[in-house]
Design a binder for this molecule. Structure first.
Ligand code: SF4
Ligand code: SF4
Length: 222
């Protein structure tokens, strides 16, 4: 989900091979970014693949068990992690304030307190200066912070997913007023069914499956 970025946050931009002051040192009992996040922890198809594989459940079960819910994110209907209870906390936060799915947590959780900023050539990372309450952070190499195997392929996927969402947003915005809601519904239905609700094969590379699904989606929507 897009957020407003302050100008000072963009003064230093990084690639995944750079060091950035992002390491909160284990967070020590803080779980601020796992509570009260509303619908902002949007899931991408890689997150969905990881959740299905890690929990061993179907997308339908994730939905019916209240792990994920649907919301409008930048004009598209996409799944996000549910926040529940009085404290509005993530369903995966345990009583000790730790993440129960740390090894396969979603990409936005891995990224925080970093963010990404996109331009025509790709994207860069930046440090979100005002979101994490921990004031003292140490430098860490960004690919190590993310902890995702084959970072090159992952970043190619992140970019491809970004452009696909932009394309969808433009299709909806450019649709004549009378049929804009129909266009939104068509995009939403196909996005959800192709990238989220059709189970992934945990034994096949995610990236292969994503590219095949992307081609199918473009054929269906054009
Ligand atoms: S807000 Fe910062 S210190 Fe707190 S849990 Fe999140 S990353 Fe860790
Ligand atoms: S998945 Fe884990 S890291 Fe992400 S919000 Fe939930 S508890 Fe926090």
């Amino acid at each position: 989900m897009r957020r407003d970025i302050r100008i000072e946050e963009l003064q230093k931009l990084y690639t995944c091979h750079d060091m950035a002051k992002a390491d909160c040192g284990g967070c020590h009992g803080c779980s601020a970014c796992c509570q009260g996040m509303g619908n902002s922890v949007t899931l991408d198809p890689y997150d969905m693949y990881q959740l299905q594989r890690g929990l061993g459940v179907s997308p339908q079960a994730l939905m019916s068990q209240g792990v994920i819910e649907m919301s409008l994110a930048d004009g598209l209907v996409l799944p996000n992690l549910s926040m529940t209870g009085e404290k509005e906390q993530c369903v995966f936060l345990n009583e000790e304030g730790r993440c129960r799915i740390h090894s396969f947590r979603p990409g936005l959780c891995r990224l925080f307190p970093l963010g990404r900023v996109y331009d025509e050539e790709g994207f860069k990372y930046y440090v979100q200066l005002y979101e994490c309450p921990k004031l003292v952070k140490t430098k860490v190499k960004i690919d190590k912070w993310l902890g995702i195997p084959d970072i090159k392929k992952y970043e190619e996927f992140v970019l491809a997913w970004h452009w696909l969402q932009k394309w969808c947003q433009e299709l909806i915005e450019q649709a004549p007023d009378m049929v804009r809601e129909d266009a939104r519904k068509k995009v939403a239905t196909s996005l959800l069914s192709i990238f989220y609700m059709t189970p992934y094969d945990g034994k096949v590379s995610f990236y292969e499956q994503f590219m095949a699904r992307r081609d199918m989606f473009v054929r269906q929507i054009r």
